[in-house]
Design a protein around this ligand. Structure first.
Ligand SMILES: C[S@@+](CC[C@H](N)C(=O)[O-])C[C@H]1O[C@@H](n2cnc3c(N)ncnc32)[C@H](O)[C@@H]1O
Ligand code: SF4
Length: 337
């Protein structure tokens, strides 16, 4: 069956599923302690979709055209037995799922990597913003050491999971770490993707001045190791790819602020309590949990999904500016990036 398409002819291809709004880090750009510290109301257990509910909804998305699923959060590995969910989602391959992956801060990977692989995870992305402990610990704000994230990456590789690294770059915080990270992973087969700091949510106090543009990130790397552009792997790929001219491998930038890619965006997001978001910068999602728990049939739920995607017109990053400044926006920890 042809995938669902929206008002701008964008097909539904990727689904990000947040399995928890909780996290064991307090990254200052995502869950600042002043807001997400003591007293913050996280979702109660019964508000979260169960694994069975997630599997049922994910099946409908796959039958609507989704071929790639990414599990995220909050920190997905703090959700108990998340590997059981991976196994359940892996069963959707017969329906058209081709790629099952997960994004993590890496802290729990030494304990979980092999179980995730055995359950059917295809690959994994680990976030790491600096190799300098002072910088990294200031960013994660829970004094988590770099060495333990690197141990998580090693564990994933030892379990046979291909690894990518995500690095968010923030002006005045970690732009000095860009070349170090690139240098560390050059030649290892691990692709690093540098991400422009985005105005997701409203709690991180984002300002345009805090963004290090992709061009500058590339210059910082290119002046040490010359880079050459590569073609997209597939339409709608969010990272722009480069290779080291000397054969040291590949690196990418995700420039959602300076080079918005709304035109090719094929991504849907499901929050931990079952709201469907059609844009990372949306204020609200559509509730799928209520009809699910009220006993809606698969056909009814699929119809709701088709209606929501069919009227999708979001292109926030392309119109970012004075029009978008004061709009309400969902928090990153709620829908998982
Ligand atoms: C919200 S986290 C969830 C998964 C997991 N806890 C992790 O950190 O990888 C997903 C990704 O979003 C990135 N992220 C969070 N806030 C961001 C922001 N304001 N701009 C750009 N990327 C952001 C994180 O660095 C991470 O790579
Ligand atoms: S970026 Fe990931 S690790 Fe950091 S606070 Fe957000 S959810 Fe947690």
């Amino acid at each position: 069956m042809a995938p669902l398409t929206d008002t701008l002819a964008r097909p539904i291809r990727d689904l990000r599923i947040s399995v928890t709004d909780r996290c064991n880090f307090r990254c200052t750009y995502c869950m600042p302690r002043e807001v997400f510290g003591h007293g913050f109301q996280f979702l109660a257990r019964e508000e979260l979709l169960s694994f069975e509910e997630i599997q049922r909804l994910a099946g409908l998305f796959v039958r609507a055209g989704v071929t790639k699923i990414r599990i995220t959060g909050g920190e997905p590995l703090v959700r108990r037995d998340v590997e059981r969910l991976i196994g359940m989602l892996s069963d959707l391959r017969g329906d058209g799922l081709a790629d099952l992956t997960l994004t993590t801060n890496g802290s729990l990977l030494p304990a979980k990597a092999a179980r995730l692989r055995d359950a059917g995870l295809d690959r994994i992305t680990v976030s790491l913003d600096s190799l300098d402990d002072t910088v990294f610990q200031a960013m994660n704000d829970v004094r988590f050491p770099v060495a333990r994230v690197l141990a998580g990456i090693d564990a994933a590789q030892a379990a046979g999971l291909p690894v990518k690294v995500n690095t968010v770059v923030q002006r005045g915080v970690n732009e000095g770490s860009v070349a170090d990270i690139a240098g560390h992973f050059r030649g290892t087969g691990i692709i690093v993707r540098f991400i422009e700091y985005m105005d997701v949510g409203t709690t991180n106090g984002w300002r345009l001045d805090d963004v290090v543009p992709a061009d500058e990130i590339l210059e910082r790397i290119g002046e040490r190791w010359p880079l050459e552009p590569l073609d997209q792997n597939y339409p709608g790929e969010v990272a722009t790819r480069y290779r080291y001219a000397d054969g040291g491998g590949e690196v990418g930038v995700i420039a959602s602020v300076t080079r918005p890619f709304c035109g090719g965006c094929t991504r849907a997001r499901l929050s931990a309590e079952g709201e469907l978001y059609t844009c990372l910068f949306a204020a609200r999602g559509a509730d799928l949990r209520a009809p699910l728990r009220a006993g809606a049939s698969d056909d009814e739920l699929a119809g709701r999904l088709a209606a929501i995607w069919g009227r999708r017109a979001d292109r926030y990053s392309e119109i970012r500016g004075s029009q978008t400044e004061n709009l309400p926006r969902v928090e990153m920890s709620h829908i998982g990036g």
